[in-house]
Design a protein around this ligand. Structure first.
Ligand code: CA
Length: 234
């Protein structure tokens, strides 16, 4: 059996799909391409990919509905391809649960780096879930009316459980480990997403926005030009 990571590429523009697939194969991934949203759901169920690269504008079923249905089945990391920055903001606002976003046109080098980072995070979360590796499990934190259970990866606001995507949880746990401390976007990218460069700081902003929507606008303080902090006394 192949040990290459399985990546499902869902993109209806053949030249883009082919270019992505060719690069990923060259980088050692096992790749399948589909060009339609409904077919994507069938392939994901049958093939069990480890990462899905998903275009937003698709025939059959659009990328945002595909993402929602994929995540309802099981949590698979989704890297979403959007046509414009404001489209990314719109999708984040809808809370569809993509783990990362890239706006076209993007560099293949960066796409590969982000897929590798997603896979590393899945491995880390799996190790934490299996109880392996001290230090991989975020601590359980009670702060500001929130209870964040690092071992179970569950969050309660007052007495209500709030469903977060894996990425939202990791970002919240990272900020909640140091309440009141301002963390730069670059530091958050490195710690939560596992990227060494700062090319994706908008991804941090997008996920902060969705945490605020789910947990209250005043939970996370923006320090303009610097980063974010979890408020201690709101
Ligand atoms: Ca498209």
């Amino acid at each position: 059996m192949s040990t290459k990571p399985r990546v499902l590429v869902v993109e209806d523009e053949p030249t883009i799909a082919e270019a992505i697939a060719a690069r990923l194969v060259a980088e050692g991934f096992d790749v399948e391409q589909v060009h339609d949203g409904l077919v994507a759901l069938d392939r994901a169920a049958a093939w069990d990919p480890e990462v899905v690269v998903l275009d937003v504008m698709l025939p059959g079923l659009d990328g945002h509905e595909v993402c929602r249905r994929l995540q309802a089945e099981r949590p698979v990391p989704v890297l979403m391809l959007t046509a414009r920055d404001d489209e990314t903001d719109l999708l984040v606002g809808l809370g569809i649960g993509a783990d990362d976003y890239m706006t076209k046109p993007f560099s293949m080098r960066e796409l590969v780096a982000r897929i590798r980072a997603l896979l590393r995070r899945v491995e880390r979360a799996a190790a934490a879930g299996a109880g392996g590796g001290a230090g991989t499990v975020p601590p359980t934190v009670d702060v500001n009316g929130l209870r964040i259970d690092g071992a179970q990866r569950r969050v309660w606001s007052r007495d209500d459980e709030v469903h977060l995507t894996p990425t939202e949880f990791d970002l919240l746990a990272c900020l909640a480990a140091r309440p009141g401390t301002v963390l730069t976007r670059e530091a958050l990218l490195a710690e939560v997403w596992g990227w060494a460069d700062a090319s994706g700081t908008r991804t941090v902003d997008s996920h902060v926005k969705s945490l605020r929507r789910k947990l209250g606008a005043d939970l996370l303080r923006t320090v303009h030009g610097v980063g974010y902090a979890l408020e201690v006394g709101r």
